[in-house]
Design a protein around this ligand. Structure first.
Ligand code: CTP
Length: 228
């Protein structure tokens, strides 16, 4: 993988507790992160798999060091600790963007006479932005950052917006939603957008094949010094 010796892959959803029995999360299975971690074993020795609550079958890619986290804040701390010079960070996780402002210590009860419940949420930090800040303040070199952009509409526009906003090297965009195929086990296709304007479509194919295609593409580019 060119000058890169470590690949950090995040995977799955994070979970934010509302009270001791309820939480906010999302439908990410962790499959894409898992497939990337398995494929990465062909490229470098040092693979770190930072995972939220993935489906059990996607929790332990062979050959990777596994770090289990629950919340977005925990995932951010684990990523910031692992990321160093000569590493590639692939943020395939779906971290919860918000957490309850005040998690209840006891189970929330239905109130007599009220048909609504107001839950106040507070924004979680953006992990990719936090990594960019760390690179900047500590003057770290050669960290390649790849994000994912799962969208229900306007893929090009939304993915490219996130690529710029989060100062990424690449973003992998795909369509998701109830009737499309981005989340879970089915075949999907993705577009890898580069910060220099490159655009490569991979798929439709299984997530295993897509993960292989993404890493092969990055591997080729990483050996062409001028590009990344
Ligand atoms: N991401 C992150 N930190 C967060 C949320 C997301 O680093 N708190 C990463 C994801 O892992 C993904 C990329 O940012 O690689 C885009 O995530 P996405 O949920 O599509 O975008 P958001 O920035 O959360 O924007 P929105 O939810 O408004 O679409």
């Amino acid at each position: 993988m060119g000058k890169y010796s470590k690949i950090i892959i995040t995977s799955g959803p994070t979970r934010e507790w509302i009270d001791p029995v309820r939480f906010i999360s999302n439908a990410s299975s962790g499959k894409m992160g898992y497939c990337l971690a398995q494929e990465a074993t062909h490229l470098v020795k040092d693979i770190v798999y930072i995972r939220g609550l993935t489906e059990p079958k996607y929790s332990e890619p062979k050959g990777a060091r596994i770090i289990k986290v629950e919340t977005t804040l925990e995932m951010r701390d684990a990523v910031l600790k692992e990321v160093d010079s000569s590493s590639i960070l692939i943020m395939a996780a779906a971290p919860a963007d918000f957490r309850p402002k005040n998690a209840n210590e006891s189970k929330i009860k239905k109130e007599e006479g009220s048909d609504t419940l107001v839950l106040e949420l507070i924004k979680n930090p953006d992990i990719l932005v936090s990594v960019h800040e760390k690179i900047h303040t500590q003057n770290l070199k050669d960290i390649l950052r790849i994000g994912f952009s799962a969208e229900t509409d306007l893929l090009d526009q939304n993915a490219l917006g996130k690529l710029r906003k989060k100062n990424l090297d690449f973003i992998v965009g795909n369509y998701v939603g109830k009737d499309s195929k981005g989340f879970g086990d089915l075949d999907t296709s993705v577009i890898v957008y580069g910060k220099e304007g490159s655009k490569k479509e991979i798929g439709p194919a299984s997530k295993e094949t897509i993960a292989k295609g993404i890493l092969e593409y990055l591997d080729i580019l990483s050996k062409q010094e001028s590009i990344i």
